[in-house]
Design a protein around this ligand. Structure first.
Ligand code: NAD
Ligand code: IPM
Ligand code: MN
Length: 356
């Protein structure tokens, strides 16, 4: 199949991890006879440096005509002055809004070999298999902001339509999984949460085969650590989803392992690891590429319909973890390139074995 993929390396370790994922996608394309065309564009801090704009028109145009977008990360100390008018993160938020990708899927699986890396006791980690559906284009991230000398506000606004489309995605995914949706909110305090609760309950009526429960976000933060295996699909608003998924990454062993897929009703999906630009390790070859490589697998599955190829990448990543080719965040000594080459080699030998 032919596909146009826009690649946005971004800042910090972004270029290192996207190069790894593109290499893996090229190997998959060659082995399966696909024709992937990659168009690399600027976003975030590097785009501010080059054009004074974190989301230049050429970048947006490329993303809009693409079948899928693969992003590294944006931001870093160079652009973090609190008084700056233009920030790298505005580029990412602008892109999510422009593509209309309101449902951010963040799967969390825990590889048995990495149990020891989690701060939790091993027995709590057995069977952890979560899918977060984080609403991505609404809430406090996109509300009106005000600032005076001694006051600041961030409006948190949600409409029924915004809540409903995210909730439907969660129930649809739950149907194909363990049929359990946990909706996370702060309905004891926030009016937006009460609208979420009412809307999610109404949507749930269309999915009588799926069990729905509600949890308040403060207690959910605790439950994720005390009984993470009890949950299946977790649906929540933008800000809560941001925080809870970084927390959930600790279950998996490292932030560097978690992928994400952002989907809307349009054809273009946005794929990025959940971690940031990791400026503390940028340029040192230390970044774990697996979260971005797994994001490339999600790209194949959700934007290109290539589920078998996606599974091959996921199996190769599992095998590399089993072979103990681990980057420093996972307690190993492999660099980004070595971990990537191990995945590539696994794809090649794994398939050769299957064909033999
Ligand atoms: P971060 O996720 O960049 O890093 C947090 C910690 O995790 C650091 O110690 C880092 O070294 C480590 N880490 C992250 N990814 C790793 C990887 N692949 N391999 C090994 N270790 C990894 O979060 P931060 O330091 O709070 O934020 C840095 C910048 O990134 C900020 O400007 C922030 O806005 C931005 N950010 C961007 C995105 C994105 O573009 N999607 C996401 C999160 C943060
Ligand atoms: C993420 C990041 C972003 C977010 C920032 C960089 C805007 O933390 O993708 O999780 O908060 O959505
Ligand atoms: Mn985040």
């Amino acid at each position: 199949m032919k596909a146009n993929i826009t690649v946005l390396p971004g800042d910090g370790t972004g270029p290192e991890v996207t190069a790894a994922a593109v290499e893996v996608l090229r190997v998959v394309a060659t082995r399966h006879g696909h024709d992937f065309h990659f168009d690399e564009q600027l976003i975030g801090g590097c785009a501010i440096d080059a054009h004074g704009d974190p989301l230049p028109p050429a970048t947006l145009a490329s993303c809009k005509q693409a079948d899928a977008v693969l992003l590294g990360a944006v931001g870093g100390p160079k652009w973090s002055d609190p008084s700056a008018k233009v920030r790298p993160e505005q580029g990412l938020l602008g892109l999510r809004a422009a593509l209309g990708v309101y449902a951010n899927l963040r799967p969390v699986r825990v590889h048995p070999q990495l149990h020891a890396l989690s701060p939790l006791k091993n027995e709590k980690l057995h069977g952890v298999d979560l899918l977060f559906v984080r609403e991505l284009t609404g809430g406090a991230y996109f509300g009106a902001k005000t600032r005076s000398a001694d006051t600041a506000t961030d409006e948190c606004k949600y409409t029924v339509a915004e809540i409903e489309r995210a909730a439907r995605r969660a129930f649809e995914f739950a149907r194909a999984r363990r049929k359990h949706v946990t909706h996370v909110d702060k309905a004891n305090v926030l009016e937006t949460s009460r609208l979420w609760r009412a809307t999610v309950e109404r949507v749930a009526k269309d999915y009588p085969d799926v069990k729905l429960e509600h949890q308040l976000v403060d207690s959910m933060a605790m439950l994720l650590l005390t009984r993470p295996a009890s949950y299946d699909v977790i649906v929540t608003e933008n800000l809560f989803g941001d925080i809870l998924t970084d927390e959930a990454a600790a279950l998996a062993g490292s932030l560097g392992l978690l992928p994400s897929a952002s989907l809307g009703d349009g054809k273009v999906g946005l794929y990025e690891p959940i971690h940031g630009s990791a400026p503390d390790i940028a340029g040192k070859g230390l970044a774990n590429p697996l979260g971005t490589i797994l994001s490339a697998a999600l790209l194949l599955r959700y934007s290109l319909g290539l589920d078998a190829e996606a599974r091959e990448i996921e199996a190769a990543v599992d095998a590399v973890i089993e072979r103990d080719v681990l980057t420093r965040d996972l307690g190993g000594s492999a660099n980004t390139k070595e971990a990537t080459e191990a995945v590539v080699q696994q794809l090649q030998t794994g398939r050769a074995r299957a064909a033999a």
